[in-house]
Design a protein around this ligand. Structure first.
Ligand SMILES: *Cc1c(COP(=O)(O)O)cnc(C)c1O
Length: 374
């Protein structure tokens, strides 16, 4: 197969081009409004995203990392406290726990969904545990029902890392609506993406929402007076306006992702030693990532590269084995499933505008790889 037309892993231009005028008009509307920060655009987006997630409140911030950090702070999680989470995640999950002053405690993940292994959570708890921080990785939510039950019974809080899960749901509940606070990133590659950095925190609790608003604005309520120590983490008016334009398209985008996932599922079933993404019953996977597993991952990636097909590894290094987190004291072998996944996972091209013929080319190339080497 020749690779005349490269198959991109991700691309936002195909979504931007047809709506360019709308986006540019929104930017001009903000620039001409006389108000560049903390104005009507942020308030309008917060209302819209809270409605979408089915939470009463949403508070905009400047990144997903800050959303996680401020969520922990608002729940009183800080120095001397432990937060149970996974190492099979993006570095910012862990960076945010440290930024809040707390210590991450890692448990392993389920091999087929890549999500937190709930059966390990209670064993990792002790008197310092204050919070469980499940990561809804790849577009599917962690098994929330037992987590909520454990948190209630043990008197700890839950912050959901929803950076990869906008549009996902669990038994009819949207990501960000089952924990005490949901933390979203709108980094451009995410399912709802801004044109730069942006994030939001969702909650059903009006007092928590008020505290989150304070924390993002130097701890101030009115002007020039801090009620508590805070941060500067504002969502700016331009990003909010652009996000408000993009939000109504999320459902359609998720449907397109699910159609592409279906195409991959059908084309790749039973091929070689490939394991396809597992979807938990009663859950809506939005396929932020379509991640397969194979014992011959590096060879397959190399072969696809030769065919002009971009792929990614999300993520090649578990956080607990990174030099930057060596001080936490974990060693190779501590989280066997997480470590095995890092060696076997591969994410195939996936974005709503990915042409079907590109997805078909991916299927053909993967099949050819396994055929050729039988
Ligand atoms: C992207 C991401 C974040 C961080 O979001 P930023 O907006 O880049 O700060 C956190 N957690 C996960 C799982 C992510 O994928």
């Amino acid at each position: 197969m020749s690779s005349a037309e490269p198959v991109r892993y991700w691309d936002y231009l195909a979504a931007y081009e047809p709506r360019r005028d709308e986006y540019l008009r929104a930017v001009d509307r903000v620039f001409s409004s006389g108000r560049l920060v903390m104005g009507q655009e942020v308030a309008a987006f917060e209302e819209a995203i809270a409605a979408y997630c089915g939470t009463g409140y949403a508070v905009g911030v400047n990144s997903g990392t800050d959303a996680l950090t401020l969520a922990l702070k608002a729940l009183g999680v800080g120095a001397g406290h432990e937060v149970i989470t996974v190492s099979n995640t993006a570095v910012p999950t862990v960076a945010a726990i440290r930024a809040a002053g707390a210590t991450p405690v890692f448990v392993d993940v389920e091999e087929d969904t890549f999500l937190i292994d709930v059966s390990q959570v209670e064993g990792a708890m002790n008197g310092r545990t204050r919070c469980i921080l499940p990561v809804h990785l790849c577009g599917q939510m962690a098994d929330m029902a037992p987590l909520v039950e454990i948190a209630k019974r043990r008197g700890v809080r839950i912050v959901e890392d929803c950076a990869q899960a906008c549009g996902a749901s669990y038994r009819g509940n949207r990501a960000g609506s089952l924990g005490d606070i949901g933390a979203f990133s709108f980094y451009p590659t995410k399912v709802l993406g801004a044109f730069g950095d942006a994030g939001v925190m969702t909650t059903a609790d009006p007092e928590l929402a008020a505290r989150l608003r304070r924390l993002r604005f130097y701890g101030m309520e009115g002007s020039y007076y801090a009620e508590e120590e805070g941060f500067n983490s504002r969502l700016d008016e331009v990003q909010a306006a652009l996000l408000s334009l993009a939000l109504p398209g999320v459902e359609r985008a998720v449907e397109k992702r699910r159609e592409l996932a279906e195409l991959y599922d059908q084309g790749l079933a039973g091929v070689g030693d490939l394991a396809l993404p597992a979807v938990r019953e009663g859950c809506r996977h939005q396929f932020y990532l379509y991640t397969v597993r194979t014992g011959r991952r590096d060879e397959l990636q190399e072969y696809l590269r030769g065919e002009g097909i971009e792929t990614r590894i999300n993520y090649p290094h578990p956080v607990h084995l990174m030099r930057g987190y060596a001080f936490l004291g974990y060693r190779e072998g501590d989280l066997p499933v997480t470590e095995r996944l890092a060696r076997s996972i591969l994410s195939l091209p996936m974005y709503p505008e990915l042409p079907r013929r590109h997805a078909e080319k991916v299927v053909e190339a993967v099949r050819a790889f396994f055929r050729g080497s039988r």
